[in-house]
Write a protein that binds this ligand. Structure first.
Ligand code: FES
Ligand code: FES
Length: 216
């Protein structure tokens, strides 16, 4: 005698049960929509104005500092975001665009300037650390119409092609001469090895530094 079994209502193993009274994750996601830039979730609308307000509040909250420093003999006092690099301070706040942003990561030397007489990569130097410092950029080398000897030497030796690296090369060369690291072409190369020239003008750059250092 066979006994008829009632049809099972249990869900198969591994499946996810969904019910209208207790929505599953899939049902929840289905009820969430992005409409015209506003996220609508279960009746809660979060529009762009809220995100904009959050971004504005975050920007307002960015800590700032007042920095007073001398650039090419002129004193400047500016209020900057604490994350501002010296390179951005020069280029974006003081309109001194001679120093170039090549890599912005300390690898090319295009941003080289002198801080209190020492060569630095301005892209890696925080402006807020320089209160009271004396900065020299390529714009500050010439005396009126008279070029700095190294600027003149770069022209005499034809030591550039595109010129993008040249301000950094010149500032690094000025530092190199001041430090006395010009005893030989090898020494000049060694102490300027952080300045990259994609045009490959290295031979003439070394000659220009020699000319400025030794007048030859
Ligand atoms: Fe500063 Fe390249 S831009 S090292
Ligand atoms: Fe072009 Fe140096 S002259 S990168």
């Amino acid at each position: 005698m066979s006994v008829e079994q009632p049809e099972s209502t249990a869900p198969p193993e591994g499946s996810v049960e969904e019910s209208s009274s207790d929505p599953s994750r899939r049902a929840f996601i289905a009820s969430t929509a992005v409409v015209g830039g506003a996220v609508v979730t279960s009746g809660l609308a979060v529009g762009p104005s809220v995100f904009g307000a959050e971004a504005a509040a975050a920007a307002e909250a960015a800590p700032t500092s007042r920095v007073s420093l001398s650039v090419n003999g002129r004193r400047h006092t500016v209020t900057v975001d604490n994350r501002t690099s010296l390179l951005d301070l020069l280029r974006e706040h003081l309109d001194l665009t001679g120093s170039k942003k090549g890599c912005n990561a300390g690898a090319c030397g295009a941003c080289t300037v002198l801080v209190d007489g020492r060569r630095v990569n301005s892209c890696l130097t925080l402006a807020v650390r320089l209160d009271g410092a004396e900065i020299t950029t390529v714009e500050g080398l010439a005396k009126g119409e008279r070029l700095h000897p190294l600027q003149q030497a770069f022209i005499d030796q034809d030591a550039f092609q595109c010129g993008f690296c040249t301000p950094g090369q010149i500032m690094s060369g000025v530092g190199c001469v001041q430090e006395g690291h010009t005893g030989s072409p090898e020494e000049i190369r060694e102490f300027r090895s952080g300045n990259i020239c994609r045009c490959g003008c290295y031979v003439k750059i070394v000659r220009a530094v020699e000319q400025a250092a030794h007048g030859k």
